[in-house]
Ligand binder design. Structure first.
Ligand SMILES: [Ca+2]
Ligand SMILES: [Ca+2]
Length: 328
């Protein structure tokens, strides 16, 4: 099934690029891209060329940034486009668990190709400085670059009353920051900084948790269009959980669906996208609007020393930001 779907996606892509080539002599369209491409529209076909160098990205080896034994985890996120504040409703840690470590991931595009080595954020009222994990190609919003950050927020989740709380996240802002919260596709984005979202991973231990866990923040340029594959070292073999955190997933433009239904494969087995489940890349942390941020956890079977993650899609510009492999 995979090769058929992949082939169909590539055929559609080739058809779109063919029209791009025919239209090359036309005046360059001044329109800015909007995170993905509706290839039924001539302007989007031309804009697609600008990002075609990020098709079919392959990342061979990503080292874990954190490892732990006899743990499990939960992950949840909030979409933040054109707002500076949101709440991560973290849930799912069993009562009586010990918090081993918690990490906050966040991501944004701006006018810089390279982001600062560290960036501040307010987490539940506490100033945190995260370290840059990756500089990425802007996911097709006409900005210069996109940046992923990660911070250890363990001490702020290990609190009286348990870790399952609503954590406020506030990102830095200035006089040019957009706070409109409008439909991102209803008007051109004017803010220099385009926020994608933030996600919290809480790693816990109790008498029932077993097996090791690896946490990943893939470095380098992760923005992809069309397809991507990641090779992640496995923490152990057996049943497990796989979590992905990613930016700029969208269903289409506003309420349309042209950029929906990407497929995710784990070691060749489809784990997301129709008909198995909803897509990992529809911006579901921000549905119905603004979309553009995803956090998903799937049950998987870890059978190899290296786990292969494959994304197959067509027209959505996407940025993997974090992964968790958790053998149970
Ligand atoms: Ca997108
Ligand atoms: Ca999508």
């Amino acid at each position: 099934m995979r090769s058929f779907r992949y082939g169909a996606a590539r055929a559609l892509l080739a058809a779109g690029l063919g029209v791009c080539a025919l239209g090359a002599s036309q005046p360059q369209d001044e329109q800015q891209p909007t995170g993905g491409f509706d290839l039924t529209k001539d302007a989007d076909k031309r804009l697609y060329e600008r990002y075609a160098h990020r098709e079919n990205i392959k990342v061979d080896k990503v080292d874990p940034i954190f490892r732990a034994e006899r743990v499990s985890h939960v992950a949840s996120g909030v979409a933040l486009r054109d707002r500076t504040r949101g709440f991560i409703h973290s849930r799912g840690v069993p009562t009586g668990s010990e918090i081993v470590r918690s990490f906050l991931f966040w991501n944004f595009s701006d006018t810089e190709k390279e982001g600062a080595d560290s960036a501040p954020i307010l987490f539940d009222g506490n100033l945190i400085n995260g370290r840059k994990a990756a500089d990425n190609t802007d996911p097709c919003w006409g900005r210069a670059g996109n940046h992923s950050y990660v911070a250890d927020v363990t001490e702020f989740t290990n609190q009286t009353g348990g870790p399952n709380q609503d954590y406020e996240v506030i990102v830095p802002f200035h006089s040019g920051t957009a706070t409109t919260g409008h439909d991102p596709w209803s008007a051109p984005a004017t803010s220099k900084t385009l926020l994608e979202g933030a996600s919290l991973v809480v790693i816990f231990r109790n008498e029932r948790t077993e097996g090791p866990l690896f946490l990943f923040a893939p470095p380098g340029d992760n923005m992809f269009l069309s397809s991507a594959s990641y090779s992640l070292p496995s923490p152990g073999l057996g049943n497990g959980l796989f979590t992905m955190i990613g930016g700029d997933g969208q269903r289409g433009s506003g309420h349309s669906n042209y950029a929906s239904n990407e497929l995710t494969y784990f070691d060749g087995t489809q784990i997301a996208g129709p008909p198995v489940a909803a897509s990992d890349w529809d911006g579901s942390d921000g549905l119905t609007l603004p979309q553009l941020w995803d956090t998903h956890t799937h049950e998987v079977r870890i059978s190899n020393g290296v786990s292969q993650i494959d994304y197959v899609q067509n027209v959505d510009c996407l940025v993997p930001v974090g992964f968790v492999l958790d053998q149970e």
